[in-house]
Write a protein that binds this ligand. Structure first.
Ligand code: UDP
Length: 325
C-alpha cells in the first residue's frame, strides 16, 4: 500500500510511519515541524520506501500532489496538548479545522481513503464511563478555551462523516485516548513524560487539582498497530472507533507509582488548576474507553500494561542526556 501520514514527524506519526514501513507500505510524510521534529524521522531517511516533505498541510498544491500519489491518508497533523491549546487557541482551531477540511476535499476528488485521528477529549466532561462511540459529547462553555480542541475535532468528525455520506469518501475515524511512548516530549503538558522527568531530576512531581482525576494510558505501538489495521479493514469504513487502553489510574496514584519506580527523592505536590493552566480551568475527571467495538472488528487488545509502559518511558529518559529532555 502507498500511505501518506500528515504529522508524520510527530510523536504518534513517526511511530505510525515505522509501523507502515514494517508492513511493507511506501510511506510519505508531510509535517511543518510545528510540534514534530526532524529527529523523529531522521533514522528513516535512508529507506527507499520513505519520503517526506516539510510543509504545512494547508499548502494546497503540496497536499494535492501527495494525496495523488497514495492509496490512503492517515491524517494526524493537528494542534496537540492541553497547554498548547490554552496558549494558542487560534492556531488550534485553524489547524484542526482548515487542515482537515483540505485533506478531505483533496481526498474526495480522487476517492482516497482517509483515516482521521480524533481524540478522547471529544467526550468532554461526561462522567458516565466507559465512553462508547455513540455516547453524548458534554463540552464546557466557549469562554473556556480548553473545549475548543474537542469542538474543533468534533467538527472534523462531522465533516469526515458528511464526506462519507454525501461524496462516498471512504473514511475511518479513530478517537485516540492518552497515548504514551518514546519521543513524547511532555512539552505540551503530557503527564507521564512530565512526571518521569521530574522524578528523575529530583524535582517536585506536580499533580494538578486533587489528583483524583483518572486516565487510561496506552502504548504508542499498540495504537499505531490499530490505526494500520483499521485502514486495512473494509468494514471499518464510515465508522468511529475508540483506540486506547481501559486500564484506569488516578493521577495521584500515577505520581506515586513513578516516584517508587524511579526510587526518586522527589516530593509529590498538588498544584491548583488555576495556577497550572488558567483561571477557571476545567479538567475531565475520568476518561475510560469502551473498547468493545474495536475488539470485535479487528481483535484489538492493548499488549502493554501500565507497569511495562512506565518502565519503558523511565528507561527512555534514563538513557538520554538531560539536555535532550
Ligand atoms: N497533569 C498533572 N500534572 C502535570 C501534567 C498533567 O497532574 O504536570 C494532569 C492533567 O491535569 C490531567 C492529566 O494529568 O488531569 C492528564 O494530562 P495530559 O495533559 O497528559 O492529558 P489530558 O488527558 O489532559 O489530555
Amino acid at each position: 500500500m502507498r500511505s501518506l501520514v500528515t504529522g508524520g514527524a510527530g510523536f504518534i506519526g513517526s511511530h505510525l510511519v515505522e509501523e507502515l514501513l514494517r508492513r511493507g507500505d511506501d510511506v510519505w510524510v508531510i509535517d511543518d515541524l510545528s510540534t514534530g521534529s526532524m529527529e523523529n524521522i531522521e533514522p528513516l531517511k535512508g529507506q527507499s520506501r520513505f519520503s517526506y516533505a516539510i510543509e504545512s498541510i494547508q499548502n494546497r498544491q503540496a497536499m494535492a500532489e501527495l494525496v495523488d500519489r497514495v492509496d490512503v491518508v492517515y491524517h494526524l497533523a493537528a494542534a496537540v496538548g492541553v497547554r498548547l491549546i490554552i496558549e494558542s487557541p487560534v492556531k488550534t482551531i485553524e489547524t484542526n479545522i482548515k487542515g482537515t477540511e483540505l485533506v478531505l476535499e483533496l481526498a474526495a476528488k480522487k476517492r482516497k481513503k482517509v483515516v482521521v485521528t480524533s481524540t478522547s477529549e471529544i467526550y468532554g466532561k461526561t462522567d458516565s464511563v466507559p465512553f462508547s462511540e455513540d455516547s453524548d459529547l458534554v463540552l464546557g462553555p466557549t469562554v473556556k478555551s480548553r473545549w475548543s480542541y474537542a469542538c474543533s475535532k468534533a467538527i472534523d468528525e462531522f465533516l469526515a462523516l458528511a464526506y462519507a455520506k454525501e461524496k462516498r469518501l471512504p473514511v475511518v475515524i479513530a478517537r485516540l485516548f492518552n497515548t504514551v511512548g518514546p519521543r513524547q516530549t511532555g512539552r505540551y503538558g503530557m503527564v507521564i513524560p512530565t512526571f518521569v522527568k521530574q522524578a528523575l531530576s529530583g524535582e517536585p512531581i506536580t499533580v494538578f487539582g486533587d489528583g483524583k482525576q483518572s486516565r487510561c494510558f496506552s502504548w504508542v505501538g499498540d495504537v499505531v498497530g490499530a490505526l494500520s489495521e483499521l485502514a486495512r479493514h473494509p468494514l471499518a469504513v464510515g465508522q468511529v472507533f475508540n483506540v486506547g487502553s481501559d486500564q484506569e489510574i488516578s493521577i495521584a496514584d500515577l505520581a506515586h507509582c513513578i516516584k517508587d519506580m524511579t526510587h526518586s527523592p522527589s516530593r509529590v505536590i498538588f498544584v491548583p488548576y488555576d495556577q497550572a493552566y488558567e483561571e477557571g480551568f476545567e479538567d475531565m475527571r475520568r476518561r475510560v474507553p469502551d473498547l468493545s467495538k474495536i475488539r470485535a472488528l479487528i481483535g484489538y487488545e492493548p499488549k502493554m500494561s501500565l507497569g511495562r509502559i512506565l518502565e519503558e518511558v523511565i528507561e527512555y529518559y534514563r538513557a538520554r542526556p538531560r539536555e535532550y529532555w
